[in-house]
Write a protein that binds this ligand. Structure first.
Ligand SMILES: C[S@@+](CC[C@H](N)C(=O)[O-])C[C@H]1O[C@@H](n2cnc3c(N)ncnc32)[C@H](O)[C@@H]1O
Length: 245
């Protein structure tokens, strides 16, 4: 099994290609019980992230879900913090429509849909209490984009607010990297066979540019986050977050 991600970032999928792919994939992201099955420990990360968010910022009334997809993370958060006002941000219109109907049915007080690339989003500083970004930031490409995005998310949070990320991640050291990707390949093969493994690895190679957790925690710290925690890490998936003091 080759480690993917060899493609030059300049030759990766464009934002438009990514949007079109997700436009046609709404069903796969609409199951709260399984989460996204191509990810290792998806239901566990969903529950760790939302419990940490609710316990860190218990008086939250406003949430921003970056790359909300069909809304799984905010749906789960609503079980612990009912009546949230939700800003749902995604590239994909069909994903946003599905998220809106599911979130309103689950008791969200309001849902504001924003169809935009997170890189282009300019919200009001201090306007949200919790931000979740699940399985989305790995589409960011350059160092500058990563640093600017973490700065932006920090600025959007009110004092005491918190940001929680669950994502596909890479490793820094070559040994750890090979081991982590091998484990993920094994997971995919056991889940649905060798063809499925190759298919998922090929689209990661084409579409994704994940960064190590350590790089992301450094970016969060540089942005101003003070209390940082890793909630979970298993092969090339991790969940972590931080609080704005
Ligand atoms: C893998 S899905 C995850 C959906 C949801 N967060 C979940 O965990 O169930 C990634 C979502 O992020 C959106 N997305 C990808 N790149 C984005 C970007 N640059 N800005 C905003 N949304 C993006 C896609 O359209 C897609 O709906």
């Amino acid at each position: 099994m080759a480690v993917p991600l060899r493609t030059d970032p300049a030759n990766k999928s464009s934002v438009d290609e990514i949007r079109k792919r997700f436009d046609g994939d709404v069903e796969r992201f609409s199951n709260l019980e399984t989460g996204q099955s191509a990810s290792v420990d998806s239901p566990l990360m969903l529950s760790l992230v939302t419990e940490a968010a609710a316990r860190t910022t218990p008086a939250a009334s406003r949430v921003l879900d970056v790359g909300c997809g069909a809304g799984n993370y905010t749906l789960k958060l609503l079980e612990q913090l009912p009546g949230l006002h939700v800003t749902a941000l995604d590239l994909s219109g069909p994903m946003l429509d599905r998220a809106e109907s599911r979130l309103l049915a689950a008791g969200a007080s309001s849902v504001r849909k924003v169809q935009q690339d997170i890189r282009d989003f300019h919200g009001e500083p201090g306007s949200v209490d919790i931000i979740v970004a699940a399985m989305v930031l790995h589409h960011l490409r350059t160092d500058d984009e990563w640093l600017a995005t973490y700065r932006k998310l920090y600025n959007l949070l009110a004092p005491g607010g918190s940001l929680w990320v669950a994502d596909l991640v890479d490793m820094q050291g070559s040994g750890a990297r090979t081991a982590a990707w091998r484990r993920y390949a094994e997971y995919l093969e056991q889940f649905r066979g060798p063809e499925y493994r190759e298919q998922v690895m090929a689209y990661i190679d084409r579409e994704d540019t994940p960064r190590p957790v350590v790089f992301q925690l450094d970016a969060m710290r540089a942005a101003g986050f003070v209390t940082l925690d890793v909630l979970h890490a298993n092969s090339v998936f991790a969940a972590f977050g931080g609080m704005k003091g």
